[in-house]
Design a protein around this ligand. Structure first.
Ligand code: MRU
Length: 364
């Protein structure tokens, strides 16, 4: 237990044991969001229980919960946490409290559209319910649970749609973490690997460590090795040489937002992988649920890119690695043009070629 933490911390098994759910709703004390604190992985497995909307906001902002789909689910449950004690209020007052909580949660992180998508979905459900606040709140919780359940189903479908892209005996490069730890299911990009592995394919996965927060090294390596998949961590700068040496046959990454023209925002460093893959004639694939598509954004330039604090670069673990005199620039995401993407794997199949027309068709 951490005496200084405002959260209730639930210690769980040592690293290497089965990972607990990334997120779950717990009914105790009127309802709360329990999440696996990913900032501590792989060294410590700890669950935190968020009992206020501020705690949910902080968990999203500080990447205790992260990855576009998981952020959406956390925000959906966050609305229920926020309004749990407003159930005795008049209907209009309750709806106003929910709306304000939604606006607040949207400020946690700007790039992954799943956050806004999930908040809008829960608020729309709330507005549809006639009657008293208590019933509206129950419907909101039901909707948040549905979003979590559907996310898990969607991940499985993405994996099944894209598993054939993983070559038996080949090498796969991935970046950041678009796996179990980023969703309520088997992930998006990593879902392709899990399903291919289930189907008996054997392949070598290279994962970029993904500076500065090391989601590749800390999270992807953890979950793939726990699943018995052969995984090797490389420093981000090694990817181009790895492609040149012929060890990479496909690159697979996730997405935080897909614009109407197919431009994709994902973890910083994704764009340079796409450029290198194009240069070496290696397929570059993105895996994302349709909830990550944002038809309201025409092209990548309009996607808001999160800028994070200097300290994430300046410190490596507890060591200062950059002199005080130097500034740091720390965008969390970049945008890869759709023309560099071979296919986007969705729960409805492959968007290929990646064009505005094909995307519009998928979004129906
Ligand atoms: O900053 P993070 O760790 O939330 O960034 C995550 C990514 O960039 C993932 O690739 C993306 O959200 C897809 S997760 C299925």
């Amino acid at each position: 237990m951490n005496g200084e933490s405002p959260f209730l911390v639930h210690p769980c098994g040592p690293p290497g044991t089965d990972l607990p759910p990334v997120l779950s709703w717990v009914d105790e004390e009127g309802g709360a969001l329990r999440l696996l604190d990913q900032t501590l992985l792989p060294g410590r497995l700890e669950l935190r229980t968020c009992r206020t909307v501020e705690q949910v906001w902080e968990a999203i902002r500080s990447l205790r919960v992260r990855g576009a789909p998981a952020i959406g689910v956390a925000a959906a449950y966050g609305l229920c946490v926020a309004t749990r004690d407003d159930r005795g209020r008049a209907r209009d007052e309750f709806l106003e409290a929910a709306r304000r909580a939604g606006e607040y949660l949207l400020t946690a992180r700007p790039t992954a559209v799943n956050l806004a998508w999930a908040v809008q979905r829960v608020l729309a459900r709330a507005a549809d319910v006639r009657g008293a606040a208590d019933g509206i709140w129950s419907a909101m919780l039901e909707e948040a649970r549905a979003i979590a359940r559907e996310d898990a189903e969607t991940c499985r479908r993405i994996g099944e749609a894209g598993a054939e892209l993983i070559p038996d005996g080949g090498g796969v490069l991935t970046h950041c973490n678009a796996g179990r730890l980023a969703t309520t299911g088997i992930g998006t990009a990593l879902a392709l690997l899990y399903v291919a592995h289930e189907r008996g394919r054997r392949f070598q996965v290279y994962v970029d460590e993904t500076r500065p927060l090391l989601q590749g090294a800390r999270l992807t390596a953890l979950e793939l090795s726990a699943a018995g998949i052969d995984v090797t961590v490389v420093c981000d700068g090694a990817a181009a040489a790895l492609m040149k040496s012929g060890q990479v046959h496909v690159v697979v990454v996730g997405a935080d937002r897909v614009a109407a023209n197919g431009d994709v925002a994902n973890k910083i460093g994704t764009y340079s992988l796409a450029v290198c893959a194009h240069h070496h004639n290696i397929p570059f694939c993105v895996a994302a649920p349709l909830s990550t598509f944002d038809p309201a954004v025409a092209a990548g330039e309009a996607i808001p890119i999160e800028r994070r604090g200097e300290e994430e670069l300046r410190w490596l673990a507890d060591r200062r690695v950059i002199a005080d005199g130097a500034r740091c620039y720390n965008p969390a995401f970049d945008v890869t043009p759709g023309r560099l993407i071979s296919a986007i794997v969705t729960e409805k199949g492959l968007v290929k070629p990646v064009t505005a027309r094909n995307i519009a068709r998928f979004l129906g």
